[in-house]
Design a protein around this ligand. Sequence first.
Ligand code: ASP
Ligand code: MG
Length: 439
Amino acid sequence: MKVLKFGGTSVGSPERMEQLLPIIKSQQSDKHLVVLSAVSGTTNDLFAIAQSYLKEEKDKARNDIKILYSKYKTFIKQLFKTEEGLRTAEEVIDHHFNLLDELGNDLFTSIEERIVLAQGELLSTTLFHVYLKEKGIPSVLLPALDFMRMDEENEPNIEYIQKQIGIKLSEYPSDNLFITQGYICRNTFGEIDNLRRGGSDYTASLLGAVLGAEEIQIWTDIDGFHNNDPRYVQNTKPIAKLSFDEAAELAYFGAKILHPQSVFPAKRFNVSVRLLDTMELSAPGTLISQGTESDDQIVAIAAKDGITAIRIQSSRMLLAYGFLRRVFEVFERYKTPIDMITTSEVAVSLTIDQTTYLEEIIQELNYFGSVEVDHDQAIVCIVGDFRSNKHGHATIVSEAVKHIPVRMISYGGSEHNISLLVPASYKIEAMRSLHNRLF
Ligand code: ASP
Ligand code: MG
């Protein structure tokens, strides 16, 4: 069994859907499970519709539903070549859009919001299933809501998922091609829920993991993880091989390529993940697996901006225990993840990328000492394997950025990452300068 996940742009137009056929046909002799995202843009549109309903702006919601409906109408007219295919597809979209319309008739809460958000993947998979049928390719549509389940901590219920998908698949012993929805799931109460934005990768990884798949293929429109960001740096190259740990570090930064959480199920069940390019079928992409360390010690440079740095300085920290715990508890209370940390004897600096509760957090931190905040920072991170050779990496890195003001440096947190915090206006220069020095 292989799991193949196609993202929103890969199903984003009738032409792109058509281009998936050769990929799927080439693997037809083996069993494989195809996980699809919603057509690109749809989840954003559904999100806007749900927000309008929540604000009781029903006219706006219904108008947006109409616009989205007409997009789908055009989409299926182009995609389907037979009358029967088109008629079935019309029934499919009518069903989902009627539901979207009707959801506005009653009380609209976060439960209904998540039902709205689920329609994108339900639409794309059902349409693709009907499309394959038109093309004479037999497939089985498996409803993700029957097996994708979260537990009371809102973490995937691995045992449940493993058991239920196993039962589902065993009902079709002679079929080879299965299709299911990415992103959507049920929570511990059985309500429709989702794995958060970009979560289709996570679905693919979870399913590939519990099925002990031969491989999880994530098909996107870039030929794998690059050793630097091609939008800002010239002569970047796709990385052929990454370990799970390196991929986990990179995924946080290149979040658009691979959902960061999706590395963990694959790692736990030791199923390799391959990033592949729907636009360039012969490109080898990036293989993420256990023990496939890259041959180079420094593998990639990645960056993320929109980072806020906070420094808390307090003489009470000196020789005290429990100080950091109390600081961290403030962030915990406001559900704000901390990314980077550096400490000295009398101060601690840390970074966050969610600033919804920044004011409240600062107010509480003021209790511990003086608090300084730097906005518009960027984390530039160097990912590699620093286990065998601990000499010199930090020197090379700091030499490459000697003309750039560095606010924080973090090294040793893992053996796969060196992170620098610089003002966002220096991000690109830091990436380029490191690229020239390291590659
Ligand atoms: N459709 C969802 C989103 O746009 C999930 C995904 O594409 O992975 O976030
Ligand atoms: Mg994605």
